[in-house]
Design a protein around this ligand. Structure first.
Ligand code: BES
Ligand code: MN
Ligand code: ZN
Length: 511
C-alpha cells in the first residue's frame, strides 16, 4: 500500500480506543473461622475425611446431612475432587473440594484454589479446614489460584453486564492476617500481571497493534513507583539501526515500537535482569503467508511481550529489591507491497546481516535487535527472552511444558526448578554448534531459518546476537501460551504464560 494511503488508514483506525475488559473481578476477605456463615460454601476436606472444627459446625447446622451426603457420594477427598450439594439448609449450596493427603506446596495450594473457583458459586465462603501444609499464609496461595482460575474476557459481548460485578469471596483460615498481608501486598500483583497478559493476548489484531500495546503498558504502569517507560517509535527504531525489527514491521500500516520498561528497586549500580518478549501483534506469516487453518490464533503472537510486562509489573508493585529492564519489540507481520520478501537481507543494530528465507520466521528477527539493544544499553546480569517462536517447540514438548534452551544444561536444570515452584513448567531442548552451522547464509552472515530441529534453530538465530559470556535463557512458549482446555489455575484461552515463571525467577534472583 502506498504510504499516503497507509497514513489515511492509520488515522482512521487509530480512533479505535481500547477499554479495559469488563469482567467479574474477584475480591477477597480473609477472616478467621466464625460461626455465622451462610450462603454459598466451599469446604476443603482431605483424604482422611476429617472435618476441621469450623466444618464440623457446618455439618451440625445441616443436622448432620453434610456427613451423610459425603458418605453416600463416597467422597474420596482426593486432590481436586469435588462434590456440589444443594439441599444443605441453612446454606444455599455447599461445594466440597478434596485436598488429598500430600503436603501442599504453594503451587499445589494455588491449584487447589483454582479447583475451588471452578466449582464455587459467586460470593462463596471458603473454609480451608485442616490443610496439610507447612506454608505460612496458605490462604493467600489459595486466593491466588482462585483468582487466576476466575478469569474471563467478555469485553466484546454486546450483552455483557456493564456495571462491574464483583465476586466477593471470603477465605476462612487460622492464618487469616498472614493470608491477607501476603495476598494484598504481593500475590495479587502477580494475578494482576497475569490478567494484563491474558487481556492483551486475547485482544484481536484489529484492536491491538504495536502503538496500542505501548499505550496499554503505559496505563498499566501509571503511578507505579520506580518505573520508567520509554517507547521507541519507527523513527527511533530506524535511528538505532534496528533493521531487523523494522523489517518485520514494514508490511503493516501499524508501525513497530520498542517498549522499554525500567524498574529500579535496587541500587543504581546493580546490573538489571533483562526480560525480552516477542511482541508480534498479528502474525500472518508475511509474504511467506500462513495457511488459513487456525491463523486467527496468531493474534496472540505477542504472548512473550505481555508476559514480560506482567512480570515486571508484579515485581514493581511488590517493590522487589532488584533492577529489571523489560523490552517489548512490537510489530505486525503482514504481507503487502512494502513487506520484506524471502531472499531479502536485513542489517541488525550491531551490523550483523540476516538473509530472510521465510518471512514467517519473524519472531527471531524482532528478538535479534532487542537482545542486542538490551546488552548494549543495560549490561544485564541475566538475559531472558520469551517468545511464541516455533511450532516445533509445541510439537516437541506438548502443552504442559514450555521449551527452555540455554548454552549449558546446568542453567536449564535451574530453570526447571524455578518453573516447578512457579507452577509453570519448562523442559530443555538442546543447542548444539551444528544448529549455528545450519543457519550460515551464502550471501549474509546468517539466514533466519533452515535445518532442524526448528526450536533449536530459532534459539541459534537469537543466540547469534547474544555474547557467549552473557548468562542467557531462551523460552519458547508456542505450545503453552494458549490453552484449548483449562488447567487448575488457567481457564481455556490465553494463559498469560510466563508471568509466574519470570516472577519466580525474579524472586530467586533477588534473594
Ligand atoms: N508465531 C509462529 C510460531 C507459532 C506457531 C506460535 C504456532 C504459536 C503456535 C512463528 O512466527 C512461526 O511462524 N514459526 C515458524 C518458523 C518456521 C517458518 C521456521 C514455524 O514454527 O512454523
Ligand atoms: Mn511466524
Ligand atoms: Zn510468529
Amino acid at each position: 500500500m502506498p504510504k499516503r494511503y497507509k497514513l489515511l488508514a492509520a488515522a482512521g483506525f487509530s480512533l479505535a480506543t481500547v477499554l479495559s475488559a469488563a469482567k467479574a473481578e474477584v475480591s477477597f476477605d480473609f477472616t478467621s473461622p466464625q460461626n455465622d456463615v451462610d450462603g454459598n460454601l466451599v469446604l476443603m476436606i482431605g483424604e482422611d475425611l476429617e472435618m476441621s472444627p469450623a466444618i464440623q459446625a457446618v455439618d451440625e447446622a445441616t443436622g448432620g446431612r453434610l456427613s451423610i451426603a459425603l458418605e453416600q457420594a463416597d467422597f474420596s477427598g482426593d486432590f481436586g475432587a469435588s462434590l456440589k450439594l444443594h439441599v444443605m439448609t441453612p446454606y444455599e449450596t455447599v461445594v466440597v473440594v478434596g485436598t488429598g493427603d500430600e503436603d501442599l506446596t504453594p503451587r499445589k495450594l494455588a491449584d487447589l484454589g483454582g479447583h475451588a473457583a471452578a466449582h464455587a458459586e459467586e460470593d462463596s465462603t471458603l473454609i480451608t479446614g485442616n490443610l496439610e501444609t507447612d506454608v505460612e499464609a496458605a490462604g493467600a496461595w489459595l486466593a491466588k489460584g482462585f483468582a487466576l482460575r476466575s478469569y474471563s474476557f467478555d469485553k466484546y459481548k454486546s450483552d455483557n453486564d456493564e456495571e462491574d460485578s464483583t465476586n466477593s469471596v471470603k477465605i476462612m483460615s487460622n492464618s487469616s492476617s498472614a493470608d491477607r498481608a501476603l495476598y494484598n501486598t504481593d500475590l495479587r500483583y502477580v494475578v494482576e500481571g497475569v490478567t494484563f497478559a491474558r487481556d492483551i493476548g486475547t485482544e484481536p489484531g484489529n484492536k491491538v497493534y504495536p502503538e496500542i500495546v505501548a499505550d496499554r503498558v503505559r496505563t498499566l504502569f501509571s503511578g507505579v513507583r520506580n518505573v520508567r517507560i520509554e517507547v521507541l517509535d519507527a523513527a527511533d527504531i530506524r535511528r538505532e539501526g534496528m533493521g531487523s525489527l523494522m523489517g518485520v514491521g514494514l508490511g503493516s500500516i501499524n508501525d513497530p515500537r520498542l517498549v522499554v520498561i525500567r524498574y529500579n528497586g535496587a541500587g543504581a549500580n546493580e546490573d538489571p535482569i533483562a526480560l525480552v518478549g516477542k511482541g508480534i501483534t498479528f502474525d500472518t506469516g508475511g509474504i511467506s503467508l500462513k495457511p488459513n487453518n487456525g491463523m486467527w490464533l496468531m493474534k496472540s503472537d505477542l504472548s512473550g511481550a505481555v508476559a514480560v510486562a506482567g512480570s515486571v509489573y508484579a515485581a514493581a508493585k511488590r517493590e522487589a529489591p532488584v533492577n529489571i529492564v523489560g523490552l517489548l519489540p512490537l510489530a505486525e507481520n503482514m504481507p503487502s507491497q512494502d513487506a520484506i520478501r524471502p531472499g531479502d537481507v536485513l542489517t541488525t543494530m550491531g551490523g550483523k546481516t540476516i538473509e530472510i528465507i521465510s518471512t514467517d520466521a519473524e519472531g527471531r528477527l524482532v528478538l535479534a535487535d532487542a537482545v542486542q539493544y538490551a546488552q548494549e544499553n543495560y549490561n544485564p546480569r541475566l538475559l531472558l527472552n520469551i517468545a511464541t517462536l516455533t511450532g516445533s517447540a509445541a510439537r516437541a514438548v506438548g502443552d504442559d511444558y514450555a521449551v527452555v534452551i540455554t548454552r549449558d544444561l546446568e542453567t536449564s536444570l535451574d530453570m526447571m526448578k524455578i518453573g516447578e515452584r512457579a507452577g509453570e513448567d519448562v523442559w530443555p531442548l538442546p543447542l548444539h554448534p551444528s544448529h549455528f552451522d545450519q543457519i550460515k547464509s551464502d550471501i549474509a552472515d546468517i539466514k533466519n531459518t533452515g535445518g532442524s530441529p526448528g526450536a533449536s534453530i530459532g534459539a541459534a538465530v537469537v543466540g547469534t546476537f547474544i555474547d557467549e559470556d552473557q548468562p542467557w535463557v531462551h523460552l519458547d512458549i508456542a505450545g503453552v501460551d494458549w490453552r484449548d482446555s483449562s488447567n487448575p489455575t488457567t481457564p481455556k484461552g490465553h494463559a498469560g504464560w510466563g508471568v509466574r515463571f519470570m516472577d519466580q525467577l525474579i524472586r530467586e534472583e533477588s534473594e
